[in-house]
Design a protein around this ligand. Sequence first.
Ligand code: ASP
Length: 439
Amino acid sequence: MLKVAKFGGSSMADAGQYKKIRDILLSDPTRRVVVVSAAGKRDKNDHKITDLLYLCHAHTQYGVDCTGVFEMITSRYLEIRDELNIQLDLETEFAALKKRLDAKSVTQDELVSRGEYFSAKLMAAYLGFQFIDAVEWVKFNLDGTVDQETSYEALRKLVILGKGAVIPGFYGLMPDGHIRTFTRGGSDITGALAAAALNADVYENWTDVSGILMADPRIVDDPQAIPEVTYDELRELSYSGAQVLHEGTIFPVREKNIPLNIRNTNAPEDNGTMIKEKFDTPCDPDRFITGITGKKDFTIISLSKRGMANQVGVLRKVLTVLERHKISVDYVPNGIDNVSVVMSTEDVAPYLYTILGEIQQEVEPDTLDVHDQIAVVAAVGRRMAFRPGVSGRLFAALGEAGINIRMINQGPDELNIIFGVDNRDFKAAIRVLYNSFVK
Ligand code: ASP
């Protein structure tokens, strides 16, 4: 049994967090491979080390001395080291880096990668684990994608499994020997690659919330975490607006069918959210909504034409007009002699009148209407498909709350029920669903 555990910036922010991580690892000896982020914020007004490193690089680019910012960075690491009594010489490396920085001989990617590098060095020394640098195994192709097979192979050769290893996240090596970073938040990807390389039984992603929440905490008070979610549901949730993991993160572990467990470093007793391809038995069979999410600011173009049901090509003509303007259509709810297309207002607004003119000319509808300020709300749940009456209950609850539904759509896989409401009813609709189906 092997678990790869990735700890994000807030889990690495200070000495107290390092201690929590050690306890988490000691409580389960199968957590033998650890991937770490750079130190994050200790409180709301603090700075992330990665942000400071970007700032430092920008300073030197414009010929401004960055000594002050550089010292803020190094002192964070020295504080952690000294508070935990870790025997590690960091000063020599800091001095060498500063020298190269002043000489402008460090690329931006290399400089910002040092946040995770120093985190991993410190954590490895603290735990007595092996330090494995990301440049030794995360290999990029020239186009910036990861050469998975080469990388996996390299990591497998480096890991001494009995010992425990700490790996810095966020960066790897280009074929020309330069360091390259992933996009922001990319330590998640390193963790997933390590889990895939080592065929881990679980990839644990430790952060500061107890899993993916069932609804946005800015809308619903203290929402519950989702105990179990499939990758398909997760895709629905993130498409419809929930802030969940980056697609690149999921891909390496999904490909190998490795479960992904989101956990809270500050509440390790919580089970967090387990993400898998499928679950054989639901953890709570009465819970048929997995999550509720949504986005504001959609536009609906609706048209009707008598006899449309018997005409060929009307929908195609409408979609062709939109394609011409490179508008991606999100939903196409339709009736017998009418059809609507739903898309993001931001995308369509600049061309709206041209588009309406073209539809008028090419389709000659009897009516053509536009509604904007529409919010889309999605109730996502794999168990909805086998439940008669779910949508009835859902719309009844909204009706009782006086929320007018402007559009209804359900995907063919019955993984979601999507409906449109006025922007101003957005939060109320999410609260009504949460209160009637979760609470
Ligand atoms: N430290 C990097 C960032 O802030 C990468 C990460 O933490 O995942 O984006």
